[in-house]
Design a protein around this ligand. Structure first.
Ligand SMILES: *Cc1c(COP(=O)(O)O)cnc(C)c1O
Length: 379
């Protein structure tokens, strides 16, 4: 390790970015079902509109609009419309990031940096919380989940209470995903009740990256909880993973601080335009969501027929399953990739994105083949 570097970074495992990112450029087609993207690109005419915007409205020599004012307004309107109960979200309650990953980092900077606090996560969950915390030297307290992957609330509460000791930084932020990745379960009523009771000095980060597939949001409760922040993204249902746009919704005082700690021009002009465009055309783009939900049910039923594997129900656009041991999961993931379907091996299982109907048919077929090879071979 170079002597000027922080020694704790030597131990850090970086996030493994989309291993199949270049797969579509290779001659063998691979179904990329490892990062929970939408199976469909933006329609051609919307891409044309973006091209037009780039040619005629974006000045490449000028910095992007740094306040994101128009985008915040459009996001606030969409979030208000998306809540089950009537709620009016103001643009002052919205901050936009270079992916929600940037917002996660801003939240860590705003709450825990310089030994001010640690974070609480329940594994398995989205790995970026832990990775980003480590890059900032922030301690991570991790608690287990139950058999159905709900938080072990007693362990979580005990961790909150015990971390209030003098030589350990207190827990300042609890990260939950609604529904969780990689396991697909939405927060239960008792988990939500626990979040409602968190003390005011602990921030609840509720990551709703998969909201469009679960159709359940906690946005309408934000007004009662100034210590809650909801994260969303354009990377999943809105088909914009390439553009890196995410947003946070919270009390204006928290939003102000997120605006202070972010980089000044964090969102390129074309990404702002793309996000705005997809919001304008959201009714059309989100038409693929009911298909995904229907495909999820078909895929789940078919996966449950496969001997030797267990799958869990999902409220998101992916399904989590496991063979009887982790080495088997790893072997299965590798073999599946050789057969042309890339899934994510994580959290003690396999996370399979719900793709197009044709991709899902291949997933089922190939999993049957691979399971016969791996699982029956081992008994
Ligand atoms: C995909 C995902 C995100 C989105 O991250 P971006 O940086 O906006 O692409 C956030 N949280 C979770 C849990 C995710 O799975």
């Amino acid at each position: 390790m170079m002597p000027f570097l922080r020694t704790d970074l030597a131990k850090l495992h970086a996030y493994a970015p989309h291993p199949e990112a270049a797969a579509h450029l290779s001659s063998v087609p691979v179904d990329r079902l490892d990062t929970n993207e939408c199976p469909y690109d933006l329609p051609e005419d919307l891409k044309q509109k973006l091209v037009w915007t780039y040619q005629h409205q974006i000045e490449a020599n000028r910095y992007p609009e740094g306040s994101h004012a128009e985008l915040k307004q459009a996001i606030a309107a969409y979030v208000s419309e998306s809540a089950q109960t009537p709620v009016q979200i103001a643009p002052a309650q919205v901050s936009v990031g270079n992916g929600s990953d940037e917002l996660i980092r801003s939240l860590l900077i705003a709450t825990c940096l310089s030994n001010q606090g640690s974070i609480l996560v329940a594994n398995p969950t989205f790995s970026m919380y832990g990775i980003l915390a480590q890059t900032l030297g922030i301690a991570i307290v991790s608690v287990p989940r139950t058999e159905t992957f709900t938080l072990n609330l007693e362990a979580a509460q005990a961790a909150l209470d015990s971390a209030q000791t003098p030589n350990q930084a207190p827990v300042r932020a609890v990260f939950v995903v609604h529904p969780n990745s990689p396991t697909g379960n939405a927060l239960t009523e008792s988990e939500i009740a626990w979040l409602r009771e968190l003390p005011p000095q602990v921030l609840a980060v509720i990551d709703e990256a998969y909201f469009e597939f679960s159709q359940h949001t906690l946005v309408s409760e934000l007004a009662n909880h100034p210590n809650w922040v909801i994260l969303r993204t354009f990377s999943k249902a809105f088909r914009l993973a390439a553009h890196r746009v995410g947003y946070a919704i919270a009390h204006p005082d928290l939003i102000n601080v997120l605006e202070k700690v972010r980089l000044p021009y964090n969102l390129p002009s074309l990404s702002q335009a793309a996000a705005h465009l997809t919001l304008t055309h959201r009714h059309r783009l989100l038409q693929s969501v009911p298909e995904t939900i229907q495909q999820r049910a078909i895929l789940y039923d078919a996966l449950c027929q496969i001997e030797g594997l267990k799958f869990w129900p999902s409220a998101a656009n992916f399904i989590f399953g496991s063979a009887s041991s982790d080495p088997q999961n790893v072997a299965l993931g590798q073999l599946l990739k050789q057969h042309g379907t890339s899934v994510r091996t994580t959290g003690g299982g396999l996370r399979i994105t719900v793709g197009s109907p044709a991709e899902n048919r291949r997933t089922i077929e190939r999993l049957h083949q691979c399971c016969t090879q791996i699982i029956t071979a081992s008994v």
